[in-house]
Design a protein around this ligand. Structure first.
Ligand code: HEM
Length: 236
């Protein structure tokens, strides 16, 4: 009954991956244009997303769900690492300061809906976020560290998978697990569709952050320009 899901997921989300890499916020991030306020907003949105995903996965694993029980890897969980980072960016009172964005709320709603109506499709959400974090994480950590001017590793816990020694080995065993899930091709197709949906939810979240980033960058440019004008005006 098993199908070769890992390769199909990779092929089936290739276009979405390229599109996600090319969203303004991500493209700026890759170029090292990261601004602290937008970054901490990203971290807080991700906190809501991972909290929902991990709560649903834990519940389904406890219920011994025939598919989800195979992907309940605690070593991938991100909620705690995000809490640590939020403490760094917002202070001890972080929980009172963060608010979910509209796009992150729709993403969370989708996760909750899928977990209730067709839990096996959570595999698509799981793959898109966790395997993406594991794959691109170290590059993104380096970029964030430099751009945010961080000494040491504080505020970068999200990128640390302390319980995974060998990322490649882990990804290989993850692929093996995907390829042996008790699903048929019809469910596999639905999981691939859901993974593409997960990419779309991520892109919508990035788009919303892009708005904040442009506003902040606009302010910086505005301050810079008006400072120049002021400087000029005192000279004349
Ligand atoms: C900042 C831009 C990004 C970069 C530089 C990046 C980079 C990478 C790299 C280097 C890989 C490894 C490919 C391989 O093993 O051959 C990868 C895989 C992956 N990325 Fe990204 N990525 C980015 C954005 C994203 C986003 C936004 C998501 C989803 C929200 C994502 C999800 C994935 C997934 C699911 C994989 C696993 C593919 C597979 O092996 O099946 N990536 N990415």
């Amino acid at each position: 009954m098993a199908v070769a899901l890992a390769g199909q997921l990779r092929e089936g989300t290739k276009k979405s991956h390229t599109m996600a890499e090319n969203t303004g916020f991500v493209a700026c991030f890759l170029k090292g244009v990261v601004e602290k306020k937008s970054y901490r907003k990203l971290i807080s949105d991700l906190y809501f997303v991972y909290s929902a995903m991990e709560e649903e996965i834990e519940r389904l694993v406890l219920d011994n769900h025939p598919v989800v029980k195979f992907i309940g890897f605690k070593e991938l969980f991100r909620k705690e690492t995000l809490e640590n980072d939020l403490k760094y960016y917002y202070g001890d009172n972080w929980i009172k300061q963060i608010q979910i964005s509209d796009s992150a709320q729709s993403y969370v709603d989708r996760i909750r809906y899928v977990a209730k109506e067709s839990p096996e499709l959570l595999v698509g959400h799981h793959y898109t976020r966790y395997i993406g974090d594991l794959s691109g994480g170290q590059i993104l950590k380096k970029i964030a560290k430099k751009a945010l001017n961080i000494d040491g590793n504080q505020g970068l816990d999200f990128y640390e998978f302390s319980m995974i020694d060998d990322e490649k080995k882990f990804k290989k065993s993850y692929s093996d697990i995907l390829n042996n899930l008790p699903i048929n091709q019809d469910i596999a197709n639905k999981i691939i569709d859901e993974a593409n949906q997960a990419f779309i939810y991520n892109m919508k979240m990035f788009k919303e952050l892009e708005g904040n980033l442009i506003a902040v960058l606009g302010k910086i440019v505005f301050n810079y320009l008006t400072r120049k004008v002021r400087k000029g005006s005192t000279e004349t």
